[in-house]
Structures are given as structure tokens and as C-alpha cells.
Ligand binder design. Sequence first.
Ligand code: NAD
Length: 247
Amino acid sequence: MGRLTGKKAFVTAAGQGIGRAVAEAFVAEGATVVATDLDADKLSDLQGADCRSLDARDTAAVNAMAADVGAIDILFNGAGFVHHGTVLDCDEDSWDFSFDLNVKSMHRTIRAFLPAMLDAGGGSIINVSSGASSIKGAPNRYVYGTTKAAVIGLTKAVSQDFIRQGIRCNAICPGTIVSPSLMGRIEELGKTLDGGYDEAEKLFIDRQPMGRLGTAEEVAMLAVYLASDESRFTTGTTQLIDGGWTL
Ligand SMILES: NC(=O)c1ccc[n+]([C@@H]2O[C@H](COP(=O)([O-])OP(=O)(O)OC[C@H]3O[C@@H](n4cnc5c(N)ncnc54)[C@H](O)[C@@H]3O)[C@@H](O)[C@H]2O)c1
């Protein structure tokens, strides 16, 4: 407890899944948390945070939010979308949407919040990438994996440019993590299989050598570490948390 006391954090996509668990963990560790999501209703039961509606695809809204929130110590970029399919299933609109939400959203928030972080002498930026990225090719994750590889490149570029100014920037690369959207993907796959939902769930579990799915709380523990001063010598890294998926 208290590992983030005195720090102010800003979280995107805090409504459910990993972002929600991260916002809750940041609050539990003593941070002042501004928790945002496209769907503000999902934030209604989030205790202890300043909850606000924010579309991470809206540059003007992100800039206005940053001006209003002021200096922060921790920026957690959680917003992302999983497109299903190969290159042949990915038309230009799908490509543009995925890059806008998964990559440009991070460009937006970093550009908006970094100047005040620099003025304050430093901070920790945490970007959610994935094992499916430059680390591993996953079936039917063509544009998703491409965007998440870009997140790793963005993370390294930012960490390199501001390393002498107290800014750290790291990427978290989860494997398969229980979340509402994952349950949706399992349901969809189940419709195409004889064994339905159970068979689809087993396929997702089987790709984790540890034999189980990860939890958002496990990812949140890693985020707390990267947000805290415990990780002060760590920047530009890709932190796998994947139950051995990429072994
Ligand atoms: N769940 C997994 O297995 C897994 C694995 C690797 C990486 N990730 C990444 O973790 C992040 C969170 O995924 P999840 O599965 O935990 O959560 P999720 O997909 O269930 O929830 C995502 C949240 O993002 C919000 N959102 C959607 N569009 C938004 C926008 N334009 N602006 C702001 N918020 C928006 C949604 O309202 C929702 O609350 C994503 O970047 C995802 O790619 C997830």
C-alpha cells in the first residue's frame, strides 16, 4: 500500500478490463487518479477516482482534458481494439480505425501531457501493447498485431528522446487476459465451432503454456511497478506478462 502516494495518474479506457484494474490499483496504492473512458457509464462504480468521459480518438478533447487536468506523474494508455482477421479481411477503414485507436491515441495523450511532465521534472508513461506485436504473430490478428508493434516503436522513441529529462516510457505486452472484450471474442469464435463457447475458451486457454488465462489484476500489478519509483532504472522496455505464450 502507498506505493504511488503523492503521484497523480491519468488513465484511458478505465471503464473495464485492464484499464479498470489499473485505475483501481493506482487508487489503492495512494495515487490521485483521473480515470477516463469513451463510455462514462462504465466508470459509474469506480470508487476513489475522478471519473470523466473521454474519446481517446478525439484530439481536441484530449488536449482540453490535459489542459484541465494539469501536471501528472503517470500516464497510462490503455485504449485499444482487437480487429479479427488477416490482411484480406482488413479494408482501409479497418486499418485506419485500428491505427487511430491503438496507436495515435497514445501519440495524442503523450503530446498533450508530456510538456507539463517535463516542466515538473519527470514522469512515467505506460503504453499497453500486446504479445501479439513485433514479439509474436498471432492468427487473425493482422492489423491488431501491426498496431501493437507500432506501440513498441512509439514507446522506445519516446523513452529515447526524453531519457535525460526524467521521463520513463515502457510498454506492457499482455498475453490472453480475462476482460469483457475477450469474453466477446470467445463468444464469437464459439459460434463457429461444434463445441461452442467451451471449445473456444479452451482454445484461448491452451495457447497459454501456464494453462490459464491471465487476470487484469495481474497486469495492474505490473503497471503499479512501472508507475512507481521502484522501476526508476527501467525505460524503453517491453514487459511481457503472458503466461509463457511467447516462450
Ligand atoms: N484482454 C486481452 O487479452 C489483451 C491482451 C493484450 C493486450 N490487450 C490490450 O489491453 C487494452 C485493454 O483491453 P481489455 O481487453 O482489458 O479491455 P476491453 O477491450 O474489454 O475494454 C476496453 C475499454 O476501452 C474503452 N474504449 C473503447 N474505445 C475507446 C476510445 N475511443 N476512447 C477511450 N476509451 C475507449 C471501452 O469503452 C472499454 O471500457 C487494449 O489496448 C488491448 O488491446 C488486451
